[in-house]
Design a protein around this ligand. Structure first.
Ligand code: FMN
Length: 345
């Protein structure tokens, strides 16, 4: 029987001491030069000391053109990558594993962050106000085809840097409406070239990106997060979600990708990620991470049914640095409160 405390020993992924994963969560506490700080080290160390199997870092910006979040950490230079070494070492010393989430925000940004116009699949700005600078999202510029390899290179370079400083793996953030998802999502992607229109075209950017990353990083150390179904003020799904998954997943497996993380913010797992995971499992022979505010019983049931291999928790890990100890002992969890966003406890 597979439980949350069963180690993961799957030849296609890094070995883990249990199935409990801390989800990527942007906290906005990076220091001077967008470096990882001692406080960030201690925050991740507390979760590893209490037994987290795998920690996903907060979204970490791969290049200035992909930034858009106040005080997010970067991994755009070797110096920024080096600032992560104490985090990596602390997690390893505690017996845990840690993966760096690689992030390019595309049009969910503003020239306040990117300097030049943010880039996207489209020239159309995202609707609404950016909570990061309280302005409307910036007018993006649609990437030209000849610029795309440079962006793939940002991801590949960041992956190489992350592995060089000791991260066990990297997670490509292909989800939640950020740059790669701006290509996948037919509601955003209005291109008429080979990167827009039919399903195959909308998947092209992501497939080319993954292909380039897999040239510099071994497949068992690369994960990708997708969010075909999510909450965006209401339940939301990619248009043609079945056709997208039927094409995208075998194509990703064909490139050699082995591990998918399916989760999304602020939503009922069973209406979003959990529903999609039920479709994905039959199309994906590799490792699946999934979760969102599950109870221990629900998580164990998802594991036991073979729907997921690893269970992610986000906010519960902010509220409970010792979440794994609490799971081991059956102790009660502290509920997450919005005020907890303001400190790195
Ligand atoms: C404060 C906060 C920051 C987040 N930042 C990220 C992020 O940087 N990258 C990402 O993929 N998801 C991010 N998420 C989404 C979480 O990884 C997770 O999918 C979501 O919170 C649902 O899980 P939960 O219900 O267990 O919190 C964030 C969520 C929260 C609450």
């Amino acid at each position: 029987m597979t439980t949350l405390l069963t180690p993961l020993n799957n030849p296609v992924f890094i070995p883990l001491r249990n199935r409990i994963v801390m989800s990527a969560m942007s906290r906005g506490f990076a220091g001077e030069g967008n470096m990882a700080t001692t406080e960030m080290r201690d925050y991740y160390k507390r979760r590893a000391d209490a037994g987290a199997g795998l920690i996903l870092t907060e979204g970490t910006i791969i290049h200035k053109s992909g930034s858009g979040w106040n005080d997010a950490p970067f991994i755009a230079t070797d110096t920024q990558a080096d600032s992560w070494r104490p985090v990596v070492d602390a997690v390893h010393d505690a017996g845990g594993a840690v993966a760096c989430q690689l992030w390019h925000m595309g049009r969910i940004s503003h020239s306040d962050y990117t300097g030049d116009a943010p880039v996207s699949s489209t020239n159309r700005a995202a609707g609404g106000v950016n909570r990061q600078n309280n302005k409307h999202y910036g007018e993006p510029r649609a990437l030209r085809i000849d610029e795309m390899p440079t962006v793939y290179g940002y991801f590949a370079d960041a992956a190489r840097r992350a592995l060089a400083v000791g991260f066990d793996a990297v997670e490509l953030h292909l989800a939640s409406g950020y740059l790669p998802d701006q290509f996948l999502d037919a509601n955003v992607n209005d291109r008429t070239d080979a990167y827009g229109g039919p399903v195959e075209n909308r998947c092209r950017f992501v497939l080319e990106l993954v292909e380039q990353v897999l040239k510099v990083a071994p497949a068992e150390r690369v994960m990708a997060r997708i969010s075909p179904s999510r909450f965006m003020g209401g339940l939301y799904e990619w248009p043609e979600v079945d056709a997208m998954l039927d094409y995208l997943l075998p194509a990703l497996e064909g490139l050699g990708l082995k591990t998918l993380d399916i989760s999304c913010a602020n939503s009922d797992y069973f209406q979003t990620s959990g529903k999609i995971i039920r479709k994905v499992r039959s199309l994906w022979s590799g490792v699946i991470l999934g979760g969102a505010s599950l109870t221990v019983d629900q998580a164990e049931a998802e594991l036991e049914a073979g729907l997921v291999d690893l269970v992610t928790w986000g906010r519960a890990f902010i509220a409970n640095p010792d979440l794994v100890t609490k799971i081991e002992r059956g102790a009660e969890w502290v509920p997450f409160e919005d005020s907890m966003r303001g400190t790195l406890i």
